[in-house]
Design a protein around this ligand. Structure first.
Ligand SMILES: NC(=O)c1ccc[n+]([C@@H]2O[C@H](COP(=O)([O-])OP(=O)(O)OC[C@H]3O[C@@H](n4cnc5c(N)ncnc54)[C@H](OP(=O)(O)O)[C@@H]3O)[C@@H](O)[C@H]2O)c1
Length: 251
């Protein structure tokens, strides 16, 4: 199935680097105009914007915006900026997140607050304010990037797992609340590393591979292709929580 996002305006949070960058580029390749956010990675954002512009067909528009997704003022300003610069969003990918190792003995209240703010409050605010736009125009699609560790626990990552479990429930409740005109889905990636990280982290890879039945790490491109499919593929998919993990969640 060839996915076309022609005519859509996709907003990707945390789109300057890694998975968010791959998702932004894949949406552009599928014909969408793309706005992405960054928080601190201004240099990487400039590079991603330039790479997006190089993929465009002349009718697509591209923009990057600085925003802290946990701040409602930033999210409201983003909605307005996308309206002004790209004519309004039709699709949203909540990708930005933090991921910190927080063993029980040393985890703090700040660890909880930081993960909930970036990983759950952020997607909540973006879904609320872009969801209002999508409902008003009776057209929209939302994709939340969760994690297989929203579905099963990861011992030394309590606040992260809590935040991502919330993202799964956000997806499912909003699939009901925003129907019938707006679809809401989630991807639960397994362990995904970029090619440079795989080269740099041979030891980590060796430790991880036995846990992944398909015998390899996932790639950002595989997450991005799934994102394009859930955004622009069969229009009967909503409330789906899709693992892309080489069956890692089953081990
Ligand atoms: N990589 C994996 O193996 C993996 C596995 C499972 C799930 N995931 C999920 O997939 C998504 C992408 O993963 P990744 O590894 O590519 O992510 P990442 O590189 O760790 O982070 C993505 C971006 O999130 C942005 N961000 C963090 N807090 C923010 C805030 N408060 N406001 C705005 N932006 C904020 C950062 O932007 P700036 O750099 O601009 O500050 C960062 O570049 C995340 O939701 C992650 O939890 C990843």
């Amino acid at each position: 199935m060839t996915i076309s996002l022609a005519g859509e305006v996709v907003v990707v949070t945390g789109g300057a680097v890694r998975l968010g960058r791959a998702i932004a580029l894949e949406c552009a390749r599928a014909g969408a105009s793309v706005a992405f956010t960054y928080n601190q990675s201004a240099a990487q954002a400039a590079r991603t914007l330039s790479d997006l512009q190089a993929t465009g067909n002349g009718e697509q528009r591209f923009a990057s915006f600085q925003a802290d997704v946990s701040q409602s003022a930033d999210v409201k300003a983003l909605v307005s900026a996308v309206q002004n610069d790209l004519g309004g969003a039709t699709m949203l990918v909540n990708n930005a997140a933090i991921f910190r190792r927080t063993p029980f003995a040393t985890m703090t209240e700040a660890d909880f607050d930081d993960h909930i703010a970036a990983n759950l409050k952020g997607p909540y605010l973006l879904c609320k304010y872009f969801g209002d736009v999508f409902l008003a125009q009776e057209h929209g699609s939302i994709l939340n990037i969760a994690d297989i560790y929203a579905l099963r626990p990861l011992k030394n990552y309590v606040p992260y797992c809590l935040s991502k479990a919330g993202v799964v429930m956000l997806t499912q409740t909003l699939a009901l609340a925003l129907s019938p005109h707006v679809r809401v889905n989630a991807i639960c990636p397994g362990t995904i590393l970029t090619p440079s990280e795989i080269q740099d982290e041979d030891d980590a890879e060796a430790q991880l591979l036995p846990k992944i039945p398909l015998g390899r790490l996932g790639t950002p491109q595989e997450i991005a292709q799934t994102a394009a499919f859930l955004l622009g593929g069969p229009q009967f998919i909503s409330g789906a929580v899709v693992p892309v993990d080489g069956a890692q969640r089953l081990r």
